[in-house]
Design a protein around this ligand. Structure first.
Ligand SMILES: [Zn+2]
Length: 117
């Protein structure tokens, strides 16, 4: 009898876990779908901007490539990204948030860092 109750509770727990995993997977699927839509919209906007720039201003593809390389290198690495590595706080040495100028641990205001947008 006790064994049966124990088994029932384990089955109930496993069922709840499966339900939770299924819900999370649904959430992730819709987040990916949303990201795909935003990426498509961004690609479309970029293509339209490029078409206007080359048509109206006569900017060449080489000039565009050179600017892409220049901006890519602004974070010190030619890697197709403009990601800024997390800086360390000059006062306490902890990692600074990329979004805040002020250290969240000791309150030190960090100086201007390269590539902060
Ligand atoms: Zn600090």
């Amino acid at each position: 009898m006790l064994w049966e109750i124990y088994q029932q509770s384990r089955i109930h727990a496993a069922s709840a876990q499966a339900e939770s995993a299924s819900r999370k997977s649904g959430e992730i699927r819709s987040a990916v779908y949303e990201l795909e839509n935003r990426t498509d919209r961004l690609a479309l906007t970029t293509m339209a901007m490029w078409a206007l720039m080359s048509e109206k201003l006569g900017i060449t593809e080489q000039e565009l490539e050179d600017k892409i390389t220049e901006i890519d290198l602004s974070d010190g690495k030619l890697d197709g990204k403009v990601r800024v590595e997390a800086q360390s706080c000059p006062s306490c040495g902890r990692k600074l948030s990329k979004r805040h100028h002020k250290c969240m641990y000791c309150g030190t205001v960090a100086g201007d860092t390269v590539g902060r947008l």
